[in-house]
Design a protein around this ligand. Structure first.
Ligand code: X2X
Length: 336
């Protein structure tokens, strides 16, 4: 046995706690972050986000662990946006239209019947219009990654009566997400929009607080809204996407290389998720018919004309201002 002077032993002992503080338990991450969203775990957004989180953990050598919380597990969209801002949640995907309660111009992609097709959507959102919106988001202390995720073209469902023509919306009690653009659009149709967070939507339809709602096919399917709705009118009345948002302080707390990895992998998953939704869109009409929904074709020109006549486009042109409106019209052509 080697005899050490007492002084040496004390010094070694004193050093131990320091060593313990510096060393993480094997396998524990240096940064454990939360990513919240409002969609069911089976939606392509969650399937692809889980993949991104696994790639991030791998590529950062286990330093960054991102736990995915689907289905508003951490709170409604309204609550989660507050949590994102104060840092209780580090990442959140939120519809740009809902984000407009904080960043007004972020709802601009939801202007009724603005985008002709997906080619136009992606070239605008990956191009100048998207860059403009991300710049405005940036001013509010949040970071939006470059690639927006697809929610989709929205369609109207109903449990009461089929919506075939714009006049059928007269007095129709329709759940809309909590944002002024949605309320304005359905008021322009003469409907009675009720603002309800997505987390309460299924039960609002089940209890007939609302007779209808509007969402893309992939949401109607994964959230099982077909269980409480009868008709689906193919209106394509607006295109909606989810910005992948980060709390700036939390993102910037990561080492630069890890920040780049996080950004890269979520952007990659966004592109893959867009493809997933495109594939689903090709089959979901059949799936949802089998699950009991009656599909109704509509004439988009008639719906658009109603909006125009009600002054919807003039109102929003004025609200967004000349710069934002010309960024939109630059992508989709004249709307007024
Ligand atoms: O709340 C909705 O309807 C949803 C899921 O489409 C959005 O996030 C806007």
């Amino acid at each position: 046995m080697i005899r050490l002077p007492r002084r040496t032993l004390l010094a070694a002992g004193a050093a131990l706690p320091l060593v313990a503080i510096r060393t993480r338990p094997a396998g524990a991450a240096e940064f454990t972050y939360k990513y919240a969203n409002n969609l069911p775990a089976t939606h392509p957004l969650n399937l692809r986000a889980v993949e991104a989180a696994a790639r991030i953990k791998d590529a950062t050598g286990g330093r960054v662990e991102i736990n995915v919380f689907p289905s508003n597990q951490l709170g409604s969209d309204t609550d989660t946006l507050s949590q994102l801002r104060n840092g209780a949640v580090e990442f959140f995907t939120l519809s740009g239209i809902l984000l407009s309660t904080l960043v007004p111009v972020a709802s601009i992609n939801g202007v009724g019947f603005a985008f002709k097709d997906y080619t136009q959507v992606w070239s605008a959102m990956d191009g100048k219009l998207g860059a403009y919106v991300r710049g405005e988001i940036d001013k509010r202390g949040l970071v939006a990654f470059e690639k927006i995720w697809d929610n989709g073209y929205r369609q109207i469902t109903s449990s009461a009566k089929p919506i075939r023509v714009p006049e059928d919306l007269n007095g129709f009690k329709i759940r809309v997400p909590v944002a002024p653009l949605w309320t304005s659009l359905f008021k322009a149709f003469g409907a009675s929009p009720i603002s309800i967070n997505f987390s309460e939507t299924y039960s609002a339809l089940q209890t007939h607080l609302a007779d209808g709602q509007e969402n893309p096919l992939a949401v109607i399917d994964t959230a099982k809204l077909y269980e409480v709705q009868k008709y689906l009118s193919v209106t394509n009345h607006m295109w909606d996407g989810f910005w992948f948002l980060a709390n700036r302080r939390a993102l910037e707390a990561l080492p630069a290389d890890a920040q780049a990895i996080v950004r890269r992998e979520f952007n990659r998953s966004a592109l893959e998720q867009r493809q997933d939704v495109a594939k689903l869109n090709a089959t979901l009409e059949g799936t949802l018919k089998q699950k009991g929904l009656t599909f109704i074709a509509t004439d988009p020109a008639a719906f658009r004309a109603t909006l125009k006549k009600a002054g919807f486009y003039a109102e929003w042109q004025q609200k967004y201002g000349a710069e934002a409106w010309s960024a939109l019209e630059g992508a989709v052509g004249s709307l007024t």
